[in-house]
Write a protein that binds this ligand. Structure first.
Ligand code: BES
Ligand code: ZN
Ligand code: ZN
Length: 489
């Protein structure tokens, strides 16, 4: 999909039968002078709702509704527009910039919406139906002649393309089946991406993992025919002042292990690599944006299976930092993998912020629903930073607070900590508190744990997201890191 900037009004962009004009009707404003087909739209019952579209084929015009000019609404509107054209013969779109005064803030959201909305996962379909739209001409002139800065506009489009492409890249990894995407493949994907973008990529195989004493990660991986990997991606421009570490749970499949998941709960567990996949996608975007901060991405890529060699409930494992963990449920495996990867990441890099991404608990989905990530940690400001930047980026997130009473429920009679809580309730928080045992003193106030179990993989389309993987975490973190760079300047 190509984006062109033009100074022609949308009606004057070259008119051929494959060209379509898209008009976003904001805030029920059917009376706006740009709405040329008022009568027809009324007849068709178009009432400008946020998720409404109306294609007037004879006039080559597509109307889409948006509640407001806010980024979230415009992003969804452009995603709806592009989806409405699936299967059509249109190849080109002309659209105006939807801005207030000369401010271009919604342009980025609009471009993101087009790319995110056009996403389709058809790897396993014999007939591939790509979205037909090849070129989108964005007219800068339509609403506010001469006020809009061309350079700023093309810069925003470029950033939007990088962010949305990275999100789609993450979606592809997550949607790939466990047969085709196991730890070695995940490492290969990261390595290939690093080669293309100029990142450094270091892969740790079992021998190095043993040397690094990552015994809990190795225990989770033991029953699988696929050996584990730890991926370390680095973006290190010269003269940077801030260092950020990202850690991702990359369970390429989570069967639950010997505490086997019931059949209904096992389906979709290819998505348990969403945190790690998000980290790979974020690193891709950071490299392409060439952000002036040092960013490290670590991924624990492991498959949790059953077998004669499986780790067991009743085992006691020793994590990399020497803490002993009583295993009472092998399905609480993500926290075990993350424990070791968090320790390794902190050993390798002293950072200003430490973020981990994981489809860690079903309890997070119960607590906040399918569309929202849960943000935990010891520092309210860091939690708030993540929540605010997530919202600006078009993702939903909410803070969940730790408390000392829940903390007691993960204590163990025989080891330093237990891998599951004694209570049925508050499971997202107790999982976060478990991870906290593996965050050292230096990083305690700099850490946020991001449970993306809700939004990472949803079995229906929602907003600008398709059925399946959404790429949760990518947009929120790209936005957050961009904000940290601005603070720096
Ligand atoms: N990968 C799952 C969490 C999950 C559940 C992610 C649903 C996405 C959707 C995790 O490894 C898990 O199984 N957690 C258990 C923890 C329990 C055994 C304490 C859970 O949430 O049930
Ligand atoms: Zn599990
Ligand atoms: Zn899991």
């Amino acid at each position: 999909m190509n984006f062109e900037l033009t100074v022609l009004p949308t009606e004057e962009v070259e008119k051929v039968s494959t060209h379509l004009e898209v008009i976003i009707v904001v805030n029920n404003n059917l009376k706006h002078r740009f709405v040329q087909d008022k009568k027809l739209l009324k007849k068709a019952g178009f009432s400008c709702g946020q998720n409404e579209t109306c294609l007037l084929v004879e006039h080559d015009r597509l109307y889409v509704g948006a509640n407001s000019l806010k980024g979230t609404d415009i992003r969804q509107a452009s995603a709806n527009a592009i989806k409405a054209l699936n299967g059509s013969k249109y190849t080109n779109i002309a659209i105006a910039t939807y801005t207030r005064k000369s401010c271009l803030y919604s342009l980025r959201a609009m471009v993101e919406g087009f790319i995110l909305g056009a996403y389709r996962f058809d790897t396993y379909k014999t007939i591939k139906r790509k979205n037909p739209i090849k070129t989108i001409s964005i007219s800068l002139d339509a609403y506010h002649p001469r006020e809009i800065d061309m350079i700023q506009a093309s810069d925003l489009i470029h950033k939007a393309e990088i962010t949305a492409d990275a999100t789609n890249f993450t979606r592809d990894i997550v949607n790939t089946t466990p047969e085709d995407c196991y730890p070695k493949v995940m490492a290969d994907i990261a390595q290939e991406m690093a080669k293309e973008t100029g990142l450094t990529c270091n892969i740790l195989k079992p021998k190095q993992l043993r040397k690094e004493k990552m015994e809990t990660l190795l225990a989770v991986a033991r029953a699988s025919r696929h050996t584990p990997r730890v991926i370390h991606l680095t973006h290190k421009p010269k003269n940077t002042k801030k260092v950020i570490t990202l850690v991702g749970k990359g369970l390429t499949y989570d069967s639950g292990g010997l505490s086997l998941k019931p059949a209904d709960y096992m389906v979709t567990m290819k998505s348990d690599k969403s945190g790690g996949s998000a980290v790979i996608g974020i690193m891709k975007a950071i490299a392409e944006l060439d952000l002036p901060i040092e960013v490290h991405g670590f991924v624990g890529a492991v498959e949790n299976m059953i077998g004669g060699d499986a780790y067991k409930p009743d085992d006691v494992l020793i994590a990399k930092n020497g803490k002993s963990i009583e295993i009472r449920n092998t399905d609480a495996e993500g926290r075990l993998v993350l424990a070791d990867v968090l320790c390794y990441a902190q050993q390798e890099v002293q950072s200003d912020y430490l973020f981990d991404f994981a489809t860690l608990t079903g309890a997070s989905v119960v607590a906040v629903g399918h569309y929202t990530s849960s943000i935990m940690g010891h520092n309210k400001k860091v939690q708030k930073l993540v929540v605010d930047e997530a919202h600006k980026s078009g993702e939903l997130a909410t803070a969940l607070d730790f408390n000392p009473y829940l903390k007691k429920t993960i204590s163990s009679e025989i080891a330093d900590v237990c891998n599951i809580a004694s209570s049925r309730y508050g499971g997202a928080i107790t999982a976060g508190q478990f991870l906290s045992e593996f965050v050292d003193k230096k990083h305690r106030q700099k850490w946020a744990h991001i449970d993306i179990a809700g939004p990472a993989f949803v079995e229906h389309a929602w907003g600008e997201n398709p059925f399946g993987a959404s790429g949760a975490g990518v947009r929120m973190m790209v936005k957050l890191l961009e904000t940290l760079c601005k603070e720096e300047a």
